[in-house]
Every structure is written in structure tokens, then in C-alpha cells.
Ligand binder design. Structure first.
Ligand code: 1CP
Length: 345
């Protein structure tokens, strides 16, 4: 990777750029007909993730369609709980369902040690994608935050309020922390192998940060993310790889989130009132167009995008992205319109 050729790496290095780099969370996925054509060959989504050649093809689809400034590994955050023996399945129309979720304190103590090599299919996908990408397009590797992985693993499926999880952490507090610690160490080993396989940047998805109060967020989420980033920053193999932290609507102040020491903060779409004087030259910013705007007319998309571009015009290190992932109901032509629009200004 020649850094000077990649505007994405420049932005993560806190450089002010005339045109921001662009990539989109969930840029490969169900909204693309090319994706659906491949997806229909697999009953269980995770079986598709276990085929490195297929993951490579899927990761490259949005790069080819929209000429984005970064690719992201095609995989899922739930590979780690699956590798720990929790048996993750994606059922039609239901999202992830765990065959063997964490139900009791004893389940935490009995959980299988994470065998980093059991996810060798992910590292193979990273190497394949890297080999097929042009050298100026970086590849993002990723994991879920320990808290987000724990929430799915305890709940056993997705949920609006994750009540089972919230009860579990109250009633089995010591074991909840043991589980979060195990997940933190697993995430570190997993990300290190992704970086060894060719990932240039890491993104941590704290997709369920919004479930926690400010105090709980610090205790159950931020402290483990901070530990994970510290492990990455203190290992010679991973210390120079930029880390982006996406947190879905956390209740904590930006200054608190910045103590995680991530290189870039990816802002959820409602986080639009932040004081840039407090973040400038300390952390790069990514985001944060509301994905629902992409269901509107081109005029509305233009108006809302210009607001964001104006705000970050002189910001040292800005990456254009959505405030959360592209949803399946978005027309790919809107992604093309948005991408071309940003580059034409
Ligand atoms: O049936 C299908 O086709 C599956 C749809 C799908 C896709 C395309 C899932 C199931 N995962 C993925 C790929 C994926 N997931 C990627 C790579 C694609 C890309 O970004 O280009 C990434 C980075 C993820 C990360 C992921 N998985 C997150 C974090 C991002 C976020 O949206 O907050 C989360 C929460 C998951 C869990 C998950 N996997 C799949 C679904 C439908 C879900 C969400 C379940 C829920 O609503 O709780």
C-alpha cells in the first residue's frame, strides 16, 4: 500500500482534503442486484461467509459499481460467537438466531476458548480481496465491539430492547465481565490476523451502544473497546493500523468516547451537533448522512449532503459515509448519484 495514493488513509491521518474519501457502511449487501444473484445460492448466510472466493467477489461489487475509496471485508461480526461454539444461523426473514446462546453464568465459564485459526476462512477472504483490489484502494477489516457481540450472544437473536441481556448483566455481573474480557481478547487476536492477512484499516462496530445509559456504556462497552484499541496500539504488528470506532447513538459525551483512543469516530446520523473544535486534530470524523435520505428525491439528497460537506469542509480528516448502513430498500442509483455528487462539488 502506498499511503500517498490513498485519500482514505490521508483522511484517517487527519489531513484536510479538497474532496473527502467515500465509502458506505453495508456497501455490499441486499440492496445490490449483483449481491442478491450470488446470495440466492446459499441457504444460510454464514455458509456464504465461509467461502473466501465468494466474499472476495461480494466485497468488490460496490467498488466496481461506484468506484469507492475503500473496500470492506465481506463477512459478519457474528463469526466470533459462532467460532466460540454458540452456533449462529441466519434464518430467512429473521436475522441471526443462536442455537447455543449464553443462558447462565456457568455457560460463560464453559464457553470454548476462541481458536483464532478456526476463522481462517475470514483471513483467506482478506488476502483474496487485497490481491484483487487496485493498490490505492485500502481494505477495512472489522469486528463487533465486545458489548455488541455479548448482547447478541446472550439474547440469542436480535431484539429491540435486549431485555434478556440487560437482566443477565444485572444478575450475573461478574460473569458478564468475564465474558466481555474473553470477547475483547478474541477480537484482538481476530483483528491481528486480519491485519496480517492484508487489512489496512480496522473498524469496530458498537451497533448496540444505544441500549446503555451513560454509566453503563462506560462500564460495559467503552472500557472494553478502550482495552481492545490499547492491545492493538501496543502490538508491533497492529500499532500502525488506523482504527475507526462506529458507535450507534451512545449516551456518553464525545470527549468520553474519545478516551477510547480511536483514530476516527464514525458518527451515527443523529450525532449532528458535535463541537468540532473539541475533536479537530485529535480524531478524524466519518459520517453521517441519514441513510433514509437516500429514499428521497435527488434534490433532497443534494440539500442534505451539501449541509454535511459544508460542515466538514476544512476539517482535518473527514471521511464521507452514512450514519449507519445502507438498508435493503435503497436503490443503487441513489448511491451512484450521491457518490458522483460529492466528487462534483
Ligand atoms: O441475508 C442476507 O443477505 C444477510 C444480510 C447481511 C449482510 C450483507 C448480514 C446479516 N450481514 C451482512 C454483511 C456484513 N455485516 C458486513 C459486510 C458487508 C459490507 O459492509 O459491505 C458487515 C461490515 C456487517 C457488520 C454487521 N453485522 C453489523 C454491524 C453493522 C451495523 O449495521 O450496525 C451487525 C449489527 C451485524 C449483524 C447482522 N448480520 C446480518 C444482519 C441482518 C445483522 C443485523 C441483525 C439485527 O438487526 O440485529
Amino acid at each position: 500500500m502506498i499511503e500517498k495514493e490513498s485519500i482514505f488513509l490521508k483522511a484517517l491521518n487527519k489531513e484536510t482534503l479538497p474532496v473527502p474519501p467515500i465509502w458506505y457502511m453495508r456497501q455490499a449487501g441486499r440492496y445490490m442486484p449483483e449481491y442478491r444473484a450470488v446470495r440466492k445460492n446459499f441457504k444460510n448466510f454464514l455458509d456464504m461467509c465461509k467461502e473466501p472466493e465468494v466474499c472476495c467477489e461480494l466485497a468488490l461489487q460496490p467498488i466496481e459499481a461506484f468506484e469507492l475509496d475503500s473496500a470492506i471485508l465481506f463477512s459478519d461480526i457474528l463469526t466470533i460467537p459462532d467460532a466460540m461454539g454458540l452456533d449462529v444461523n441466519f434464518l430467512e426473514g429473521e436475522g441471526p438466531v443462536f442455537g447455543n446462546p449464553i443462558k447462565t453464568a456457568q455457560d460463560v465459564l464453559d464457553i470454548e476458548d476462541f481458536d483464532t485459526e478456526s476463522l481462517s476462512y475470514v483471513y483467506k477472504a482478506v488476502t483474496n480481496i487485497k490481491n484483487d483490489l487496485p493498490t490505492h484502494i485500502p481494505l477495512i477489516g472489522f469486528c463487533g465491539s465486545p458489548w455488541t457481540l455479548a448482547a447478541y450472544s446472550i439474547e440469542g437473536r436480535s431484539s429491540k430492547d435486549f431485555l434478556i441481556t440487560r437482566n443477565f448483566i444485572k444478575e450475573n455481573n461478574a460473569e458478564a465481565h468475564i465474558f466481555l474480557e474473553k470477547l475483547t481478547n478474541a477480537c484482538f487476536a481476530y483483528l491481528k490476523r486480519q491485519i496480517e492477512a492484508g487489512a489496512d484499516v480496522i473498524q469496530i462496530f458498537d451497533s448496540w451502544a444505544n441500549l446503555l445509559s451513560e454509566e453503563e456504556y462506560k462500564i460495559y462497552s467503552l472500557s472494553y473497546i478502550t482495552k481492545l484499541i490499547s492491545l492493538l496500539k501496543n502490538d508491533p504488528t497492529t500499532e500502525n493500523t488506523p482504527v475507526i470506532l462506529f458507535s450507534r447513538e451512545p449516551k456518553a459525551k464525545l470527549q468520553t468516547i474519545m478516551t477510547s483512543n480511536s483514530d476516527c469516530l464514525s458518527l451515527y446520523w443523529s450525532m449532528n451537533n458535535i463541537d468540532l473544535d473539541q475533536t479537530a486534530n485529535k480524531v478524524a470524523i466519518q459520517g453521517n448522512l441519514n441513510p433514509e435520505i437516500l429514499l428521497e428525491s435527488n434534490d433532497v439528497i443534494k440539500r442534505e449532503t451539501l449541509k454535511i460537506l459544508q460542515k466538514y469542509k476544512n476539517y482535518p480528516g473527514y471521511v464521507f459515509n452514512l450514519g449507519h448502513g445502507i438498508t435493503p430498500n435503497i436503490n443503487p442509483e441513489k448511491i451512484k448519484y450521491l457518490t458522483d455528487l460529492i466528487r462534483s462539488i
